[in-house]
Structures are given as structure tokens and as C-alpha cells.
Ligand binder design. Structure first.
Ligand code: FRU
Length: 326
């Protein structure tokens, strides 16, 4: 029988909707494939804070050695996360934050920087003059608040740019469409839409197409994920003008979690870098992600080869011991 896991990690995930969250989990599993002694249990809150709160308590009651949380909204999930800390269960916040400094480590992009980067790039695209519109992510999440704050702060340094309106898209492609259509009709001079993720950027693009203004409105998204129908692909096909890279950070979160569990030194703030993906570097980005994926496939093939060799070895041993015993 397999040995009991040395460590149990609970993962309170706000949502498993969409490839970005799937990439996050895949990253964790990739790291865990080198650590068979660790068991991971993920609960999906389906974009619901009450559910997520309850799931955090469920994970704690079930007995875990460490909690990873990607909070749907900051404030409502904070008490449950603080409870984990109070119970001496270390907490790694991943991608989004709670409203409290009581956690063990944070892993994720700097969302203020994401917003700033988007504003600086917008100013360049518009040659320092023009009207812009913002499509916000889900209300109450730290990613939304910070992506907005960073954007507005940087716009302060570009007085020719005017933020003329906002709509809430809740991270999804469809919800934003009626409000954005109305807003763009109201402000026919808008030259750029900044969407808090690529899915909403694509929605914005379709709205512009329907209004017949797609060739004069530039669109910036966030995430820059690889794969068909994702950010890198959108930039390459001209669906988006640019995407600000925001890495899912699954591997990094798991590495930090393992350091904490093994009582090794670790950093409390682990900021993943960002960059603008546009027509000038999209090919390089694409080639690099494809190369990484094929290397990953090789690693998995080697792992399964190793497993097969081990299985052969142990069955040969069984035969050998059988012969010796007879
Ligand atoms: C996925 C997502 C990403 C975004 C991140 C922010 O659920 O909406 O598109 O970058 O969450 O937390």
C-alpha cells in the first residue's frame, strides 16, 4: 500500500472556469509530480465567496498542513483565512489577496504594475492623446481594484488621456457587451479599451466590430496565456492590440508551499514579472511557450518511462525472491 502523504495541502480555488485557472492547477501538479509525498486537495468555489469561506473551513476541519487560497473577493474571505493562521496553518495567497496582512506568503503578479503598464502602453499607442474606456474584472477582487488603481495612477502622468467611462465585465466575455455598446455609442471618440483580462478584451473587440469601429479602437487585455483562443493567439491574430502578461503562478506557489512545509527559508512576497505582448514580440513569445510545452511533454514521458522501469524491476524482484524462497 502507498505510504500516507507526508503533507496535505488544501487549495481553495475561487473558480476553475477558463484555461487560465486550469493552467494554474497544471502548474501545481507539475511541481507536485516531483513530490509524491504531498497530497493536494482542491475545492472550487465557483465564483462565490460564501461557498469559498465554507470550503476553507471544510479544508481546515479535514486536517491540512498548509492552505493555498486564491480569494474570489477580498473582504468576505478574509475571516476564514485569518482563522487558518490562528489555527497555525500556514497560508499561501495566490494571485488575489485578502483584506488582511495575516498570511504567510503571497505569490502572483503585481496588479498595480499591470495597470500601470497598460496605461503607459495606451499612452504610447494613442500618442498621448485620446479617450479611453476601462472594462473591470469582478468587483471586490484585489486583482480588479489594483489593476484599476495602477491604471488611473499612471494616467495621471499622461494628461492628454481621458478615462471617459467604465463597465464591469466580471472577468467574462459576454456580460460586458450591452453596457460597453451603450458607452461606446455615447463616446464615439474612444480610441482604446483597457480590459482587465483577455476574455473581456475579446468581448470588447466583438462589440467594436458590431459597432463598425473595430479598426480605430485599440484593445489591451491582460493574461497573455498560450494556446488557441487565448491572449498570445489573440495578439497574433489582431483580436487584441496587446496583452499584459499575468502568469498563473501554480508552480511558484507550490514551491513556496513546500519551502514553508519543509521549514526552509522562503520569501513572503513573490512577485511574478509582467511584460507587454504585442506584434513586436508575439512570435518570440509563441515560440517560447511552445518550446516549454514540448519540454514538459518530454518530462512527462520520462516520468512514465521511469514508472514502467520501476514496475518491471519490482516484478522481477518478486520472481527472484520467489526463486530464492523455493
Ligand atoms: C481567471 C482570471 C484571470 C485574471 C485573474 C485575476 O479567473 O479572471 O483572467 O487575470 O483571474 O485574478
Amino acid at each position: 500500500a502507498p505510504a500516507a502523504p507526508a503533507y496535505r495541502i488544501g487549495f481553495a480555488q475561487c473558480s476553475t472556469n477558463g484555461p487560465w485557472r486550469q493552467a494554474m492547477l497544471a502548474g501545481m501538479e507539475r511541481e507536485l509530480s516531483f513530490h509524491p509525498e504531498v497530497a493536494l486537495k482542491m475545492l472550487n468555489a465557483n465564483d462565490n465567496s460564501a461557498v469559498q469561506r465554507q470550503q476553507i473551513r471544510e479544508l481546515l476541519d479535514g486536517g491540512i498542513d498548509l492552505l493555498i487560497v486564491s480569494p474570489y473577493e477580498s473582504a468576505p474571505v478574509t475571516p476564514a483565512v485569518e482563522e487558518a493562521v490562528a489555527r497555525d496553518v500556514p497560508v499561501v495567497l495566490l494571485d488575489r489577496r485578502t483584506a488582511s496582512p495575516r498570511y504567510t506568503a503571497y505569490v502572483g503578479g503585481n496588479n498595480l504594475e499591470v495597470g500601470q503598464t497598460a496605461a503607459r502602453y495606451a499612452a504610447r499607442l494613442l500618442h498621448e492623446r485620446g479617450d479611453v474606456v476601462e472594462v473591470l474584472g469582478g468587483p471586490g477582487s484585489s486583482a480588479t481594484t489594483e489593476r484599476h488603481q495602477g491604471f488611473v495612477r499612471e494616467l495621471g502622468a499622461h494628461p492628454g488621456l481621458h478615462l471617459v467611462g467604465q463597465v464591469t465585465g466580471d472577468w467574462k466575455d459576454l456580460a460586458l457587451r450591452p453596457a460597453l455598446t451603450a458607452l461606446l455609442r455615447q463616446h464615439p471618440g474612444v480610441g482604446l479599451v483597457y480590459a482587465h483580462n483577455d476574455a473581456m478584451g475579446r468581448g470588447a473587440r466583438e462589440v467594436c466590430q458590431q459597432l463598425g469601429i473595430a479598426n480605430r479602437v485599440k484593445i489591451i487585455g491582460v493574461d497573455g496565456l498560450a494556446g488557441p483562443g487565448e491572449g498570445i493567439d489573440f495578439v497574433q491574430r489582431g483580436v487584441l492590440t496587446a496583452s499584459v502578461l499575468y502568469a498563473p503562478g501554480g508552480e511558484e506557489a507550490m514551491r513556496t508551499a513546500l519551502k514553508i512545509l519543509e521549514k526552509q527559508p522562503f520569501r513572503r512576497e513573490n512577485t511574478l514579472g509582467t511584460l507587454v505582448i504585442d506584434s513586436t514580440n508575439v512570435l518570440t513569445m509563441r515560440q517560447q511557450t511552445e518550446k516549454m510545452n514540448s519540454q514538459q511533454t518530454d518530462i512527462l514521458r520520462q516520468q512514465s518511462l521511469l514508472q514502467r522501469l520501476r514496475a518491471t524491476y519490482s516484478s522481477q524482484q518478486t520472481i527472484l525472491y520467489g526463486l530464492l524462497a523455493s
